[in-house]
Structure formats: C-alpha cells, structure tokens
Design a protein around this ligand. Structure first.
Ligand SMILES: *[C@@H]1O[C@H](CO)[C@@H](O)[C@H](O)[C@H]1NC(C)=O
Ligand SMILES: *[C@@H]1O[C@H](CO)[C@@H](O)[C@H](O)[C@H]1NC(C)=O
Length: 451
C-alpha cells in the first residue's frame, strides 16, 4: 500500500466513524394485562362473556380471543418471540405499564404483586443482560418497597429513590447523550389519583422541568416514556358529533404537558406511550410548526377498551449515540388464525409501510396530511389497518367526518384544539389549502374556457 492509498484509507475510516450512526435497538412492550385466572371458569373475571358461558374456551384452542385479557401462554409466546428476534445490539426495553388485567382490580395486593413478579421473572429471563425500564399504568400496583425490590435489578439507586415514593425516574446512559425520563402518568390522571396524588403530581412537574432543563444544559437528548401521554382518545369520539375530546390525563395536566413538550422540543428526541391499545401517533405543534412526535404502541392483550386489536410487540431501531429513532418493526399475532398456534409475525416496518424517508415531526406531519386525503384513501386504509393491528379494519365504515376525527386526534393534542378541529372540518382544511387554491383556480378557468 503506497502512502496516498494509506492516507485515503485512514481518511475513510475517520469519515466512517464520524458519519456512521451507532445502530442500536430497543423493544417497546405495553399493556400486557396479564390475567392469571384466564383459564379458570369459576374465576372468570378477565373475559367479557357471562361467567357461565364457556364458549370462548372452545372457540380457540389456545384460549385466546378478543374478549379476554392475556393468558399466561400468550405472555410466554410474546417473550419467546422477543428472545428469538433478539438483536445483538439490543440496548434496553421500555415497558409502559398496565401489567395486570383490570379484572384483578379488586383482588388483594398480595396476588397482584405475585402476578407482577411472574411477569417480571419472564422478562428477566428473556432480557438477561439488558435493563428493562418499567412505567406504571392505572392497573398496576402503586409504587412501593416491594415493587422496588422486584425491579432493583434494572434500576440504578438514584432512580429507585424517586420510583419508590412517586413512580417516576430518569436514566442517564453512561455511553451516550441519551436520557430516558419515565413518568408516572397515573399521578396526572383524573379518576385513578391516589390519596397523595395531587401532591406527588405537583412534584412530578417540578422534577420533569428540572430534568429537562438539565438535559438541555448538558446537550442530552431525552426520550419521554409513560403509560399514557397527552392527547385525546379518538375512538370515543369518532363518528360522534358531540366529540367530548377527553384523554387519560386531566385537562389541566394535559395542557401543561403539551406546554412542557413544546418548550423543550429541542431536547425531546421522542415520546413513547401505551395505554390506548392502538397503534397510532401524536404530533405537537408550536406556532403551526410540528416540533415533537409521540409514537403509541399497541397492547399485548387482544382485549380492547371499546374496540379490539391483535396483540403487538414493537422493536425500535435507533442511533444510540444521538437517540434519533430510525425505524421500528411492528410484530403482531393474529388471534383468529386457524393454526391455533401463537404465531407471531412481522406486521410492518414504519418507514417502508408509509414510505417515510425519516422519522421526524415534519415527516409525520406530512403523513397525517396523507391520512386525511379525501381523494386517495389508500394511506388512511393503511393507518386504520395498523391502528387495530390488522384486526378487522373496515375502512368503508369510516366516512369523511370519521377520517377527520382521526386526523384531529393525531394533530391536536390539546383538548380544546381537538374539539375545535372536530367541530370545524372546513377551517382545519383551509389552513392547509392555501397552496392548492391557486391550482384550483387555474383548473376552474380551464374548465370555463373549455365549455
Ligand atoms: C406465579 O407463578 C407460580 C409458579 O409458576 C404459579 O404457581 C402461580 O400460580 C403464579 N401466580 C400468578 C398470580 O400468576
Ligand atoms: C422489516 O425490517 C426487518 C429488520 O430490518 C427485516 O428483517 C424485515 O424483512 C422487514 N420487513 C418488511 C415487511 O419490510
């Protein structure tokens, strides 16, 4: 090798180092809703069927159907899929709550913790050399010493301190500039607030703003992670003209969170939530410009709240130096498959599915525009199919008003703005129509000339 070749070689090595993203992966799993009594007729709490009606256990040889929460075999099959598709550079796992079936609500703390322990054990075995970062949902036990003992294998001491009292914490990555901030959305949710909820909820605001300011000073990028995020629940409003426009968070908490995300959008690299049992996304705007995105992962349980979906598991691909999310692969299990086996498969890859060049607020904003396109329902059909994880998406049933509600849910995280958007499809359209109007005018003139 002569000198100039050597120089070229070294330069290219340096160049590669500078420009190549360090590719890493992480799983996002959510809303397992494990039901330990799934299989016992006398304690049949997890399914919507009448207690005496045993029909569902015959309908599906594996005791999986859309009226039941997750059975133990379903949880095991999810763990097996994740073990099988384990990338070498798997960095961590986000686990955003609702571990237990809501049918366990009235059972003792003892049995709930035992069920959480069993799920924790499965995840520990599946991810023996990764950290799992849990966020609490409204169906989970409240933060306690016993939960801390269960999860101390995954959380550093500092995180355990705030987790034990309030259920939130932050994780500083030692090798990169990425910080994970796990919120306890239960503290900001209306009905489920515990006795000291308001106090701890206030503390969480102060803590969050402090952490985000610190991240900004240190040039860190942040992942916001929680069970429930800001924004509305479109399925409660779709098709109804009196759209209430409510979400999981109280109106005050929702407005404040949207405000905080807007104010710190320069340090927030992404938001990751569960809770909805749906595969969707949310955008936050500042002065009309998209500044932050949230990706909502579908549940593991096939049982919906209001509507049903297939179980899903999501594997993210990201640049672990910068935290930039590059793509994800959505896995799903067709509950009604005739094989009867728990056959998990790839449902889609985000960038390929929607033809995105990257995952950014601007590219997802452009996607939202395509979703509501009146002339080509193709993208909306894809969105609706993904929303229910390939479970019976009937696009024909969703008329243009219904499509519009979906669009408003994606793009209006503020409850007031959502209601205004739903009430007034024309004005929402008008805001975007400016660049088209000249073309329409030209078209009209051409038609006039022709006739
Ligand atoms: C937890 O796992 C143990 C051991 O497999 C089992 O005996 C027990 O019934 C499980 N309990 C719950 C609540 O899942
Ligand atoms: C999605 O991405 C994964 C991982 O990169 C790849 O193995 C798979 O073939 C892709 N699937 C589809 C449907 O594009």
């Amino acid at each position: 090798m002569n000198l100039s070749n050597l120089v070229l070689y070294i330069t290219s090595l340096l160049w590669l180092n500078l420009t190549d993203a360090k590719i890493g992966y992480f799983w996002h799993i959510t809303d397992l809703h494990y039901d330990p009594f799934h299989n016992s007729p006398e304690l049949h709490r997890g399914c919507r069927h009448n207690r005496g009606n045993n029909e569902h256990s015959h309908r599906n040889g594996r005791h999986r159907d859309h009226t039941c929460d997750s059975s133990w075999p379903l949880i095991q099959s999810a763990a097996a899929l994740m073990a099988e598709r384990h990338p070498d550079t798997l960095e961590f796992v986000l686990w955003t709550g609702d571990i237990l079936s809501s049918s366990m609500e009235h059972l003792s703390e003892e049995i709930k913790l035992e069920a959480v322990r069993n799920v924790t054990d499965v995840l520990s075995r599946t991810f023996s050399s990764q950290f799992v970062f849990p966020a609490l949902g409204h169906n989970d036990p409240a933060p306690s010493k016993r939960l801390v003992d269960m999860w101390m294998q995954w959380l550093p001491t500092e995180a355990l301190q705030t987790f034990e009292t309030s259920g939130y914490y932050t994780i500083e990555q030692s090798k990169s500039k990425l910080r994970i901030v796990v919120l306890n959305s239960v503290l900001w949710a209306g009905g489920a607030a515990r006795t000291d909820g308001p106090h701890r909820g206030r503390q969480q605001w102060e803590w969050l703003e402090q952490i985000l300011s610190k991240a900004r000073r240190r040039n860190e990028m942040v992942y916001l992670v929680a069970h429930a995020g800001p924004g509305v629940e479109e399925r409660h409003n779709a098709g109804s003209s009196s759209a209430a426009g409510g979400g999981e968070l109280t109106p005050t908490a929702n407005a404040r969170l949207v405000h905080v995300i807007r104010a710190f959008s320069d340090v927030i690299a992404g938001q990751f939530y569960g809770h909805r049992h749906a595969d969707t996304f949310r955008l936050i705007y500042s002065e009309g410009r998209p500044v932050s995105w949230a990706l909502l992962a579908p549940s593991v349980t096939p049982r919906g709240a209001g509507s049903t979906s297939n179980p899903g598991l999501r594997l993210y691909k990201f640049d672990s130096n910068t935290g930039k999310v590059l793509d994800y692969t959505q896995y799903y299990l067709d509950v009604n498959n005739i094989r009867g086996e728990a056959h998990w498969a790839i449902e889609y890859n985000l960038t390929q599915y929607y033809g995105l060049r990257e995952i950014s607020p601007a590219s997802l904003d452009a996607l939202a525009e395509k979703i509501r396109n009146h002339h080509d329902r193709g993208v909306f059909a894809k969105y609706l199919t993904a929303l229910r994880v390939r479970h019976a998406a009937d696009v024909a049933e969703c008329d243009s008003a219904c499509v519009h509600v979906h669009f408003c849910a994606i793009t209006r995280a503020d409850y007031h703005e959502f209601r205004a958007c739903v009430r007034n499809p024309a004005s929402a359209l008008a805001s975007r129509a400016a660049q088209n109007s000249a073309a329409i005018l030209l078209y009209a003139i051409l038609i006039l000339l022709k006739s």
